[in-house]
Design a protein around this ligand. Sequence first.
Ligand SMILES: [Zn+2]
Length: 235
Amino acid sequence: MDLNRLCFLLVGPSRSGKTALVKFFLRCLACERLDPITLNPCDRTCWTCKLRPETSDHGGLFVTLRAIDTGATGPEVHFLHIDCTKIRTAVDLDDRLNSFSETTALDGIIVAYLDEVHRLVNRSMDETLLKAIEEKPFLWILSTAKPGPLEDMLQKRLLKFITELPTSEELADWLADRCEEWGINYEPEAIIRVVEKSNRIVGTALHALALASLDPDEGLTVNLVENDWIVELGE
Ligand SMILES: [Zn+2]
C-alpha cells in the first residue's frame, strides 16, 4: 500500500501524547520485524529499533530513520517535524517543505508531521498547506488541540482521530513499561506520584522519566519525584 498521500489529523489536548503517538507510529513503520498480527514493533533487536527513533528529538531538517548501510531491507522512512508555532509566514512554510523534498531524491515513506497546526490559520497559511498536501506525495500527520478554525477544504481532506488523556492506571502502566524498555530502575510508589503530579499529562510525565534517565541505576525514586522534579507552570 502506498502510504504517501494519506493525511491524518490528530485532535487532542495539548501534551496529551500526540507527538509520542506519532513517534511510536514511525518506529512501527521502520521496524524490521514488525509483528504482522499485533502490529507491534520488535523487542529493540532490529537495526532501526536499536536507534530508538521515537526517543530522539527530530528537530532538524529531516532524519532518515534507517541508514542505508545497515543491511536493513524495509523501506526507508524519512521524518520532517514542523512546529507550527515557529512558522511566521507562508514563505517560511513553503521553504521548510521544499527544502525537505529537494535535498535528495527521497525513496520510501516520507512522513511530514505538523504540530499545533491551528497556528497556521493566521495569514491564511492553512491554504498554503492545503496546496502542499495536494502537490507533495508525503504521508501527512497534522495535530492540534483546536481544529475549529482550520479551513473547511483542509478538514475534508483529513482523516480525523481524537486522542484523550489516559486514565491513571493506563498512564502508570505505560510509564512502568517505558522505564523497563529504557533501562531505568523505578519505585512503584514513584510512578503513582508521577501520574498525580503530572495531572495525567503525558508530555509532563515524560519529563520525570527524562530526569530519572540521567542516573538510570538510581532511577525513578519517590525522592526524585517529590524533591527534584519541578513541574513547570503553564503545563
Ligand atoms: Zn524493530
